[in-house]
Design a protein around this ligand. Structure first.
Ligand code: 5GP
Length: 191
């Protein structure tokens, strides 16, 4: 998506460790008009899929997913970082390794908000190694829900997540795919 790529070039900062900082418009301060255009792009891409729910993960996917839900007229559910373990069996759970924070955490979704009748469009800000996405997929699978597609704002194409998901047959629509980026020069190449 040209608009998003341009914004990444203008405002993105390449940090050491292959981390792209886009918190001026995506995951701290949010450019909601840009989110609206992104939501429309995903809407067109997944128009042929019988989606009835949008799903994401706390925290930085929530803003994007909310606009997607509004655009498509669908409910939005986000996986919450769990404070306590699943004592009463009322939630689906998965463990995720955080790329940016380098630690493991559990996420939960209540069984009330995802089940076998759901056809889910998963939305997230970044796709790197795919750990966050694997967690969301595991939760959908536990719930017996169907994953209709995965919408990603920025895929880091030089990491394995996108390739692994596509190999497994998921329809992944990344609006910008970074082929390479360089911390020294600040240069960012898109696929
Ligand atoms: P993965 O689980 O695919 O390895 O990483 C995805 C998650 O890590 C995203 O939800 C995002 O929050 C975070 N992440 C991964 N790479 C980057 C990055 O380059 N920049 C930022 N801001 N977040 C990232």
């Amino acid at each position: 998506m040209e608009l998003l790529e341009r914004r990444i070039r203008e405002s993105g900062v390449v940090k050491p460790g292959q981390v792209l900082k886009v918190d001026s418009f995506l995951n701290h301060q949010m450019d909601v008009a840009l989110f609206r255009e992104m939501a429309r792009a995903w809407g067109r891409e997944f128009a042929d899929r019988p989606v009835n729910k949008v799903m994401t993960i706390e925290a930085s996917g929530i803003g994007l997913a909310a606009i997607v839900g509004d655009e498509l007229g669908l409910p939005v559910v986000f996986a919450k970082k769990a404070q306590s373990i699943n004592l009463d069996g009322s939630v689906h759970t998965a463990q995720i390794t955080s790329y940016t924070h380098k630690r493991d955490y559990d996420v939960i979704v209540s069984k009330r908000y995802i089940g076998p009748d759901d056809h889910v469009l998963i939305i997230d800000d970044f796709l790197a190694n795919g750990c966050a996405m694997e967690g969301l997929i595991a939760i959908c699978q536990q719930a017996g829900a169907t994953i209709e597609g995965i919408g990603i704002a920025i895929e880091k194409g030089f990491q394995q997540g996108g390739a692994l998901l596509r190999e497994r047959g998921f329809k992944v629509c990344s609006l910008a795919i970074v082929e390479s980026m360089d911390h020294e020069t600040g240069r960012i190449e898109f696929r």
